[in-house]
Design a protein around this ligand. Structure first.
Ligand code: CA
Length: 226
C-alpha cells in the first residue's frame, strides 16, 4: 500500500485529502510543518509527498529544495492561488505536479495515482539497479555488488521476480518461468528454491527480505525491503 505524506497546515484541507486518498487505498501521514516533514521523510520515507506551499515554518518550496538533497520522492505542490507557482519553477526545484486550491480531493487522488504509476519504472530502475544487477548472458545476478552463486533454476526464479517488482507471482507462474510443467509436486519445489535463494541473499544482507511471501498467493520482489 503506497504511503502518502501530506504536509498542510489547514486541517480541513488535510482532512479532505486524507479521506480521498484513503478511499483509493493509500495510507497517509499528516504533518503541518515543513521541517517536521523533512525529519519524517528521513526516518520513514513516504512514497509521495503532497506539499502545501504556504506553511507556517519554512515554505513548501524551501522544504522541497532541502528534501531534494536526500530524496527523489515524488512531490505534488498545493498552491493557494493560480500564479503562486508557475510550472517551470515547480519543476526546477523538483516537483512532479501541482494543484491549485480549491481543488477536488478526488482529482488529487487520481493525480497521485498517475504520478506513482509514472514513477514506477524510475523507482524500480534506481534501487533495483543499485541493489540487484542481472547479467542474463552470464546467468549471473549480483546483490549489493556481490555476485550470487545460484543454480540455473534459482537464477531464473530471482530474475523473474526482479523483472516486475511488487508483482505477486503464484507458484504456478514461477514454475512457468522456469519452464517446468505445473503440477502439485513441483509447486513445493518452488518453495525450496525460494528458501535457498533467500539463504544466499541473507549471506549478503542478513536482515533484508527482498523476497516477500504472500500467504496463499505466492512471492514478490520488494525493493523497499531490500
Ligand atoms: Ca497553508
Amino acid at each position: 500500500m503506497p504511503h502518502i505524506l501530506i504536509v498542510e497546515d489547514e486541517a480541513a484541507i488535510a482532512d479532505t485529502l486524507i479521506f480521498a486518498l484513503q478511499g483509493e487505498g493509500f495510507s497517509t501521514t499528516w504533518l503541518s510543518l515543513g521541517q517536521a516533514a523533512l525529519e519524517h521523510q528521513r526516518a520513514t520515507p513516504a512514497d509521495l509527498i503532497i506539499l502545501d506551499i504556504g506553511l507556517p515554518d519554512i515554505s513548501g518550496f524551501e522544504t522541497c529544495k532541502q528534501l531534494r538533497r536526500f530524496s527523489e520522492v515524488p512531490v505534488m505542490f498545493l498552491s493557494a492561488r493560480d500564479g503562486e507557482i508557475d510550472r517551470v519553477v515547480g519543476l526546477e526545484i523538483g516537483a512532479d505536479d501541482y494543484v491549485v486550491k480549491p481543488f477536488s480531493p478526488r482529482e488529487v487522488a487520481a493525480r497521485v495515482k498517475a504520478i506513482l504509476k509514472r514513477m514506477g519504472p524510475r523507482a524500480i530502475a534506481e534501487p533495483a539497479s543499485a541493489l540487484f544487477v542481472v547479467d542474463a548472458e552470464r546467468v549471473q545476478i549480483s546483490y549489493r555488488n556481490q555476485p550470487l552463486s545460484l543454480t540455473r533454476h534459482e537464477f531464473r526464479l530471482l530474475q523473474c521476480l526482479l523483472e516486475q517488482p511488487e508483482r505477486v507471482f503464484s507458484r504456478e507462474q514461477l514454475l512457468d518461468a522456469l519452464g517446468v510443467a505445473a503440477d502439485a509436486g513441483y509447486e513445493r519445489s518452488i518453495d525450496s528454491h525460494i528458501k535457498s535463494v533467500r539463504a544466499k541473499l541473507r549471506l549478503v544482507a542478513a536482515t533484508a527480505e527482498p523476497i516477500q511471501t504472500h500467504r496463499g498467493l505466492g512471492y514478490s520482489y520488494s525493493p523497499s525491503h531490500s
